[in-house]
Design a binder for this molecule. Structure first.
Ligand code: FAD
Ligand code: UDP
Length: 378
């Protein structure tokens, strides 16, 4: 074995694929019973509808190198992601655009009238100096829209006061003074034509790659554990960074999700793939309806049944899956301490969403794995 990779998500698999293609022998371990990390999907058995087990995954990128790379393993459909939100029982389009603004204010503002109104309502804070999510949200869209669509949704999703959250989280959501309600601004977007699992399996399908599932790196009873491998073989570690160091610098805070999946006896439940619930009195943040991710499969999917999934968010306890780094000021201090420790680990390379404690989309995880391979490992 030339390289041990802990975690078979997109970060680990990209490194594995690149290493195998250049003649290295690679072993990938994952504690789950499937590869693909959080992007894993499977056909719901009763309906055959592809569901994303760990929450809806939409691929999008503006990075030509990443786009070229992912197209080696899959083609993409022409799916364009659009999200709606339910506020006080009325449905509005997201991200906040001229349609949302006019519906909310019951008006027919032109782009420049809407800009002037939001400018007036956003005067308390300046986007450039916004110190946290709340200030940035108000600076971008003004207080009334912030309170309707962002404040309670964010509080439900992060269970942290928005004044404690970094402003960057909200930078992901564009604000538009047109009726364009594409959720993403990227050059390319789509869903893998044959599903995520087919894509992921093709990345791992190489004689130089050995995958071992159900294997935890910290289980000393299995031979490829941390003690037995660090210093013996180069390691790429994509699990949680605080777990690697046994939480010596404190536990970093993560958000986890609970998903409630249901098959309903109707052909169409909500008419769209993702409906957010903006208000505090609805306990879930959103409902996914998977058939709408693949309209091109209409002739394969049943017309009298549909699969929905409600998403609930809460703080992760030790035994939960850590999904989103919360990134409070204390977390950022802890992360710096872990980065110092990481420098002392002989030939261990920390990567991916969990290994770097960063909010990474798939294209970012793949892009940073390609950089790590090209600049450090190859
Ligand atoms: P992961 O996919 O988390 O893989 C890490 C792997 O390491 C896991 O399989 C885990 O089991 C394994 N592991 C951890 N600890 C150990 C251990 N001790 N021993 C062995 N194995 C271990 N990205 C998008 O681009 N678009 C989206 O719409 C999108 N939606 C998302 C929705 C949700 C709910 C979540 C959680 C993420 C979403 N993402 C999305 C992000 C996407 O999932 C990540 O970018 C991608 O999974 C990153 O891959 P990764 O390899 O870094 O981590
Ligand atoms: N957000 C919000 N209201 C919404 C959608 C998003 O306040 O209806 C905020 C929220 O803080 C969220 C962030 O914007 O964490 C990023 O949203 P995105 O949909 O990208 O989050 P993800 O899909 O990664 O959970």
């Amino acid at each position: 074995m030339d390289l041990l990779i802990v975690g078979s998500g997109f970060f680990g698999l990209t490194i594995a694929e690149r290493a195998a293609a250049s003649g290295r022998k690679v072993t990938v371990i994952d504690r789950r019973d499937h590869i693909g990390g959080n992007a894993y999907s499977e056909d719901e058995p009763e309906t055959g509808i592809e569901v994303h087990r760990y929450g809806a995954h939409l691929f999008h990128t503006s990075n030509p190198a990443v786009w070229e790379y992912v197209n080696r393993f899959t083609t993409f459909t022409d799916y364009v992601h659009r999200v709606y939100t339910n506020h006080k029982g009325v449905v509005f389009p997201l991200p906040i655009n001229l349609g949302t603004i006019n519906q909310f204010f019951n008006a027919a503002y032109s782009p420049s009238e809407a800009r002037a109104l939001i400018h007036e309502q956003a005067g308390e804070f300046d986007v450039k100096d916004a110190a946290n999510l709340e200030e940035k949200g108000i600076a971008l869209i003004g207080r009334p829209l912030y309170e309707a669509f962002i404040r309670d949704y964010t509080a439900k999703q992060w269970q942290t006061d928005p004044t404690e959250l970094p402003a960057e989280i909200i930078s992901r959501l564009p604000v538009r003074y047109t009726y364009d309600n594409r959720y993403f601004n990227d050059t390319w977007e789509g869903l893998p034509t044959d599903g995520y699992t087919a894509w992921i399996e093709r990345m791992a399908d190489h004689p130089n790659i050995e995958v071992k599932l159900g294997v935890d790196y910290f289980d000393v009873a299995q031979p490829l554990n941390k003690k037995a491998t660090v210093g013996q073989v180069p390691v790429v570690y994509t699990g949680p960074v605080d777990r690697y160091f046994d939480y010596t610098e404190g536990a970093l805070s993560w958000r986890t999700l609970d998903f409630e999946r249901e098959v309903l006896p109707v052909g169409d439940f909500q008419g769209t793939s993702v409906m957010n619930y903006a208000d505090a009195d609805v306990p879930y943040t959103r409902i996914h309806e998977f058939r709408h991710f693949h309209p091109e499969r209409a002739d394969r999917y049943p017309t009298d049944k549909t699969v929905i999934m409600r998403e609930f968010s809460r703080f992760a306890e030790r035994e939960d899956e850590p999904y989103y780094p919360v990134n409070t000021p204390e977390d950022r201090a802890g992360l710096l301490a872990y980065r110092e420790l990481a420098k002392g680990e002989k030939d261990v390379h920390f990567g991916g969403r969990l290994g770097t404690y960063q909010y990474l989309d798939m294209h970012m995880a793949i892009g940073s794995a390609l950089s790590m391979w090209n600049n450090q490992l190859s």
